[in-house]
Design a protein around this ligand. Structure first.
Ligand SMILES: Nc1ncnc2c1ncn2[C@@H]1O[C@H](COP(=O)(O)OP(=O)(O)OP(=O)(O)O)[C@@H](O)[C@H]1O
Length: 427
């Protein structure tokens, strides 16, 4: 549309030029009025020549503006690109309710895969046989329409093998549905913290999961067109495909940053207790480094097979972080390792992973590495690692945080909560 406007503008400009040329006194002299000896015929010729010149000029400008416009269409500005992708995605991803109902057997109990803060999740089979997972926003969920939209906007912009794919959405009447690719092995927490399944995660699978999560985060933070902070990374938001490859999910809380923004703050703290960085949980400050903190917690959980917040060991009051730090300081780092992994790991590699976990959960965000540095450190046996400083500790019982939104953290240690919709600022 803009192109048309430009072209119309150029056309008007050209016409007005030719009109001006014709009315300019020099081209309309009466015979004998000029010392140059011009006559009416000469004046007319000059006028025609000027008009032809103006016309040709106008054609030239039109050609250039058309070229510029088609180039713009191919390489839109950031704002145009974002707006266009919004429009396209809203169109592309729409699915009708009848189709989703049919796929999920009318949201039957047998099809229910689980339930999160957003609402229940159902398995569905589309007409073409494709398996999907359908998240149904429950009316009573603390999360609302804004998060639903946020998830669609954020995830529709992204494509990476370590991020779950959103296939479609449906907003009809009271129903708000998100349709994802189906992950047959559900989520990481279903393996990591389930005594019956823990043993299936040997060290090589765990390393693959750690590296995949790290790559997904690097993409979000640095490599995608937008700079995104996830804000709710935890094992239940890491889904596993049929080969146990990890895919980060749940972008309802994600925030998109501009290139020149490194940190933002909010009065509405969202996220999950135990995984939130202290500066975020207590002051509402978040950045890519808050995701790094959550990654560090998940990494230490993967190594130990223990939940950060659930650790009730006699030798350690508090969290897994307290425990890991204590062992590390006493040169007993390897005691942290999940006994089920016995014999499947190499000591120096394992120590490096623990080291990296501790670097990620340091109290000061500036001390934490970026996710691309984490990838480098995970893959290098020789990379010099800085000495980790003490992690941020917060003990379950004493941790409370009050924000403007009274539904937030206090008294709901295991849940995520509300946030206003992301404002899209491209990289
Ligand atoms: N794409 C998927 N494929 C297969 N199972 C899924 C998929 N998405 C979610 N699930 C299942 O549904 C459950 C609920 O997921 P959901 O993301 O809504 O909540 P959560 O991450 O467990 O909790 P919260 O909403 O508090 O973050 C998951 O534990 C998982 O077992």
């Amino acid at each position: 549309m803009k192109c048309c406007k430009y072209s119309r503008g150029v056309l008007q400009f050209g016409l007005s030029c030719s009109v001006r040329y014709e009315t300019y006194p020099f081209f309309n002299r009466e015979p004998g009025t000029s010392s140059m000896g011009g006559n009416k015929q000469k004046g007319l010729r000059t006028t025609i020549l000027a008009s032809v010149g103006a016309f040709l000029g106008m054609i030239g400008i039109l050609t250039i503006s058309t070229y510029y416009c088609s180039k713009r269409r191919k390489n839109p500005t950031r704002r145009e690109r974002i707006k266009r992708s919004h429009d396209t995605h809203e169109e592309l991803l729409q699915m009708d309710l009848a189709t989703v109902k049919e796929a999920t057997n009318n949201f039957s109990f047998e099809n229910k895969l689980g339930e999160g803060g957003f609402g229940p999740v159902y398995k569905g089979i589309m007409r073409d046989g494709k398996e999907v997972a359908v998240k149904r926003l429950s009316q009573s969920s603390g999360q609302g329409h804004n998060e639903f939209k946020n998830e669609v906007i954020v995830i529709a912009e992204l494509q990476h093998k370590n991020l779950v794919r959103l296939l479609g959405c449906c907003a009809e009447g009271e129903e708000n549905l998100l349709i994802y690719e189906f992950m047959p092995n559900t989520s990481l927490d279903a393996f990591l913290f389930d005594t019956g399944k823990q043993a299936e995660l040997d060290w090589s699978k765990r390393m693959n999961i750690v590296n995949g999560i790290a790559r997904g985060l690097v993409y979000l933070h640095e490599d995608s067109r937008l700079k995104i902070v996830h804000r709710d990374l935890k094992p239940s938001n890491v889904l596993l495909d049929h080969e146990m490859n990890p895919k980060i999910s749940d972008f309802g809380m994600a925030r998109i940053f501009g290139t020149d923004t490194s940190q933002a703050n909010t009065k509405r703290v969202v996220g999950t207790y135990g995984y939130m960085a202290p500066e975020y949980a207590m002051a509402g400050l978040f950045s890519v480094k808050s995701d790094v903190f959550s990654f560090g917690v998940v990494l230490l959980e993967i190594i130990s097979g223990k939940r950060n917040k659930m650790l009730q060991l006699p030798e350690c009051a508090g969290s897994l972080l307290t425990y890991a730090w204590r062992l590390w300081s006493e040169d007993k780092g390897l005691e942290l390792v999940d006994p089920l992994l016995e014999g499947s790991w190499d000591a120096s590699e394992m120590l490096r992973y623990i080291y990296i976990g501790l670097l990620c959960v340091q109290a000061n965000p500036n001390d934490r590495p970026t996710m691309s540095t984490v990838i480098f450190m995970l893959g290098s046996e020789t990379a010099p690692l800085p000495q980790p400083k003490e992690p941020a500790f917060y003990v379950a019982d004493s941790f409370t945080f009050e924000s403007d939104d009274q539904s937030s953290l206090k008294g709901r240690p295991d849940s995520s909560n509300d946030l206003s919709i992301t404002s899209l600022i491209p990289r």
